[in-house]
Write a protein that binds this ligand. Structure first.
Ligand code: HEM
Length: 461
């Protein structure tokens, strides 16, 4: 006789017309973290009458992302992104997703990333050359601009002139912010004749027009400019054998800008924050950079030679993860562990809460890069690197795992290795910076002051 699983509890605090809007508005991250106490699955209401099952248990999260992936759609969050930016690898499901992912994959191959690192470093060098000693920087904003510059330069550097590049970057920035704001709002808000809506539509149309022109020119000239746009132009649609249309390419690029900019920018900001908070960690990063690089700039070959910086970045991806509700949607009745989930149900999990779960990470709020060491130098508990895979999911898992994972790690390492050698960034206040969850989890406000970094040079006797 099989025993029926316990019913899925509904989290406290739901109201008939508001669902869980009040606890979510008051403190969305605190609310989602509190859901762990309800067990493996818990129901919340993001909209009145619409239930979302939050999956807390790591093996069930893995089942949702990997084993059940063929029977699940991507959910509300991604649907909205598709409506705003067009269909892309980020929004597609099923065979359509497999096809789109194959078309995009060549742009993220190891061989391409080796070339992108020089482009990324040039953008970092240009950005930090405008900083002035002692000025107060809004670091999150600076990192969003920098991440967008690095991505835009990788995609377009060879294909459009400087003026078009500057305009495109501004327009992409408006689109990115607009998507962030709209993803949480009801659809009718987008149709109101508000200045913000007009700006969003104008910027999105301008990006499409610029990319259309660049695609037409590159096709006419039959040139390989060596950037990502050039690679996408050569990709073909598997079913028809035809090259991607300018419209398809544009939808992919718009969603890459959204998927790859805020995320990278938040992680960069938190790395700088943690380096400022702990001078010993900062000193170890600089020592490693001095030993490996001497006086030369960082290159692709160096990225794998910086194990301590890699652990700092890994620990940042753990403690300060950008994902708070990654959604899926059941197309048919689906068995998840012992539970039968009806068709048309929204599922979700929260990486931010998972990575701070004391059951998997001792002293979860302590920033300790050495928790990733396999030897005895870490502070406590089992080495985090020996935990089951499903407890640490910085880039997700399964067929929707981040396509830009190596790209992102290359960007973050290149940026930190370049900018922290030129500047030391100090916090302007002792107050801890809070994470806030919007489209992604990011630092509330992070103000820092750059001071030129002086390196002790080896003296010759
Ligand atoms: C630190 C930075 C980043 C983090 C933490 C991150 C995290 C993630 C995660 C968790 C997913 C899976 C979402 C899901 O399960 O539905 C994802 C998907 C994706 N990411 Fe990233 N990402 C980062 C940077 C980037 C960059 C730089 C790019 C591109 C330039 C990118 C492009 C994508 C795309 C296209 C997908 C969808 C893949 C698919 O559905 O097949 N990401 N990312």
């Amino acid at each position: 006789m099989t025993v029926a699983p316990p019913p899925i509890p509904r989290a406290a605090g739901s109201l008939p017309l508001l669902g869980h809007a009040i606890p979510l508005l008051r403190d969305n991250l605190g609310f989602v973290a509190s859901l762990r106490g309800y067990g493996p699955l818990v129901e919340i209401r993001l909209q009145p009458g619409q239930s979302t099952i939050v999956v807390n248990d790591p093996p069930l999260i893995r089942a949702m992302l990997v084993d059940l992936a063929p029977t699940l759609d991507k959910g509300r969050f991604f649907e909205k992104m598709g409506q705003l930016l067009g269909d892309s690898v980020v929004t597609a499901a099923g065979t359509e997703h497999v096809r789109k992912r194959r078309q995009l994959q060549p742009a993220f191959r190891h061989a391409e990333i080796t070339r992108y690192v020089d482009i990324m470093r040039e953008q970092v060098t240009a950005a930090v050359s405008t900083w002035r000693p002692g000025e107060v920087l809004d670091v999150r904003e600076a990192m969003v601009r920098l991440s967008l510059d690095m991505l835009a330069a990788t995609v377009f550097s060879g294909s459009i002139d400087d003026d078009a590049f500057r305009r495109l970057r501004e327009d992409l920035s408006v689109v990115m912010n607009g998507v962030g704001a709209r993803i949480m709002l009801p659809d009718w808000v987008e149709r109101l004749p508000l200045p913000a809506n007009r700006r969003f539509t104008a910027a999105r149309d301008a990006v499409r027009a610029t990319i259309d022109t660049a695609v037409a020119e590159l096709r006419a000239a039959d040139r390989d400019t060596g950037d990502m746009l050039s690679l996408l132009l050569r990709a073909t649609d598997e079913e028809t054998g035809r090259p991607l249309t300018a419209h398809q390419i544009c939808s992919e690029i718009l969603t890459l800008a959204v998927a790859g900019t805020e995320t990278t920018a938040s992680i960069l900001s938190w790395v700088l924050y943690e380096l400022a908070r702990d001078p010993a960690i900062d000193a170890r990063v600089q020592e490693e950079l001095d030993t490996v690089l001497g006086d030369r700039p960082v290159t692709f070959e160096d990225l794998s030679q910086l194990p301590y910086l890699a652990r700092v970045i890994r620990e940042t991806l753990r403690l300060h993860h950008t994902g708070w509700l990654v959604t899926r949607h059941t197309l048919t009745a689906t068995r998840l562990g012992d539970w039968e989930i009806p068709a048309d149900t929204e599922l979700a999990y929260c990486q931010h809460a998972l990575h701070r779960d004391p059951a998997h990470f001792p002293d979860p709020l302590v920033f300790d890069p050495d928790r990733w060491l396999d030897d005895g130098r870490r502070r406590s508990g089992a080495p985090a690197s020996q935990l089951p895979d499903e407890t640490f999911l910085p880039f997700g898992a399964g067929k929707h795992k981040c396509i830009g994972d190596r790209f992102a790690l290359a960007e973050i390492t290149t940026a930190i290795a370049t900018l922290t050698r030129a500047w030391h960034l100090g916090l302007t206040t002792d107050r801890a910076v809070r994470p806030v969850a919007r489209a992604t989890v990011r630092p509330s406000t992070l103000r820092m002051t750059p001071r030129p970094r002086t390196r002790a040079r080896p003296t010759t006797i």
